[in-house]
Design a protein around this ligand. Sequence first.
Ligand code: 13P
Length: 240
Amino acid sequence: MGNKKIVANQKMYMTREDIGRFINIIGSLSSDQFIVCPSSIYLNEFQDTNLHLGIQNICPYEKGAYTGEISIGQAKDYQVQYAIIGHSERRSFFSEKNEMFQKKIELCLKEEVTPIFCIGETKEQYEMHKTNQVLKRQLFDVLKNIDSKQISKIIIAYEPVWAIGTGLVPTEQEIDAIVVYIKQLIKQEWNQEVEVLYGGSVNYKNIQKLKTISSIDGFLVGGASKDAGELLKMYEVVVS
Ligand code: 13P
């Protein structure tokens, strides 16, 4: 499935000043394989860069009286091509549920923005060997009502909750087996092929090894995406 992608999820880490520095270092990089998802309030700062852009969340409704939300149409005004949906931080801190993820994914597909749908098990589920079961449920509960012809337009991000921001990473064998499992499930159920990213404590030190996992199509990088220099080096490793 071609080169691996790097998707930078900058979460709520950056100030405007940080963004300015980040853009100075990396703003001229133009690659389909490299996508930056800044805090939405700074999307405007990226308009004169060559970077491909994503948004960290979108409103499940198209337009109207939804205080504090950002619509997919508004995101598209700022050249957003990707949207992260169902991140575990949205699930745990903002109580977002499957029904909402389904609506968001449908909106993305309608507006031709690529949804990056995040799934992943907790530490407890991992220790109880329930990972496959949990992932299957997360996928089916949200994707069951999506038109099957559209499924290949969705990118799946496998992000074990216990690996996010902890420095812990599953073994390459574990990641490979899970990504293969996700791809097989999608093939069996929808007869479609999808790209699957891995996310959770990816950094410059471990990306050399992680990039050897042939089944994965790229990485969703959180904390390490704050540093433009490190991110650029990670991109170079992945495309080399
Ligand atoms: P970290 O890379 O900080 O572990 O975060 C991963 C993540 O949540 C990306 O969406």
